[in-house]
Design a protein around this ligand. Structure first.
Ligand SMILES: [Ca+2]
Ligand SMILES: [Ca+2]
Length: 314
């Protein structure tokens, strides 16, 4: 009897460990960060000039307003389209205190500027070395950075990576990027971030994209909790509107068709109404395993004690 219980305990713990290991091995942004939606492909020409082309009305709209370390002051909305092998990102940032960056700051610490950042992980996995960061500040200064040594700051260095523009508007500024990505039909992990400098450069806050893993903002380089988007997988935009395919591609997709937006509709995609394509989180699996192990351990202790008592009596 004692042997059987011991075996059962070992089997349960082994199963739990395999389950946890499996969840770690297969975990990626698409599981933990959540799915935002499909970026419509389009054949309409888009001009990268910091102004919102009418076709963006049918782009995937993503809010950038979630707290990272402290309450944010500047928030914004980005609209995404895929055309001609490029991901177009138009962002409108609401910032009541737009501060002109100084050149020294741009060269040394461009994140301490009023700026918009777009992070891409083309493999949509947990590997931070795959992430590339594109930034445009309120004055149109570009930077591209990764954690493998890439540090291309300024127009000369950055122009080979993407095209970009920025424009100041009432109550803030707009940025626009066209990033070449070979990703049609694929899922890619993303993070969107707004840096906000205020009266004192020391006073810097960050607004982030929503991550289901935190139920709030993600973190600049925490790729494992990035949400993800699909690229032209099942929607196409033209100036007549957005068409969502009845039979989504690639195979296996079962997205909820979204209501067709109308030009000027700024409501966009509600980050809380994303497709649910998640599994159990590692934390939940860990809790289940610990509870299971505790129950079995308690049962074993009770049985052993019961046997000892009955042995003493005998
Ligand atoms: Ca434009
Ligand atoms: Ca600011």
């Amino acid at each position: 009897m004692k042997k059987a219980i011991r075996k059962l305990t070992i089997l349960t713990l082994t199963a739990c460990m395999i389950l946890m290991l499996g969840s770690v091995v297969t975990s990626h942004a698409s599981v933990w960060g959540g799915y935002i939606g499909d970026v419509p492909k389009t054949e309409v020409d888009i001009t990268v000039d910091g102004e919102e082309d009418p076709i963006y009305a049918y782009g995937l709209s993503i809010e950038v307003k979630y707290e990272k370390d402290r309450p944010v002051k500047a928030t914004g909305t980005a609209k995404l389209l895929y055309a001609d092998g490029k991901l177009f990102v138009f962002a409108r940032v609401n910032d009541n205190d737009v501060r002109e960056p100084d050149q020294e700051g741009r060269d040394t610490s461009p994140w301490i500027t009023d700026s918009f950042e777009f992070f891409i992980n083309l493999d949509n996995d947990d590997d931070v070395s795959k992430v590339k960061q594109y930034r445009v500040d309120c004055g149109g200064w570009p930077t591209v950075y990764d954690q493998n040594g890439l540090r291309d700051y300024g127009p000369k260095a950055a122009e080979k990576h993407f095209t970009y523009a920025a424009k100041k508007v009432d109550g803030g500024y707009c940025t626009e990027m066209a990033i070449p990505v070979d990703a049609l039909g694929k899922d890619i992990g993303v993070n969107l971030q707004i840096n906000d400098v205020n009266t004192d450069a020391e006073e810097l806050t960050w607004a982030m994209v929503y991550s289901e893993a935190t139920d709030g903002g993600t973190d600049s380089w925490s790729v494992g909790i990035y949400p993800y988007i699909s690229i032209g997988a099942y929607s196409e935009a033209s100036l007549d509107g957005k068409v969502v395919q009845e039979t989504p591609t690639p195979e296996g997709y079962t997205p909820e068709p979204t209501a067709e937006p109308t030009p000027g509709d700024d409501e966009g995609t509600d980050n809380n109404e994303k497709d649910q394509r998640k599994g159990l989180s590692p934390a939940v699996i860990a809790v289940i395993c610990v509870l299971a192990a505790a129950v079995i351990a308690a049962a074993v202790i009770m049985i052993v004690r019961g046997k000892k008592k009955s042995g003493n009596k005998a």
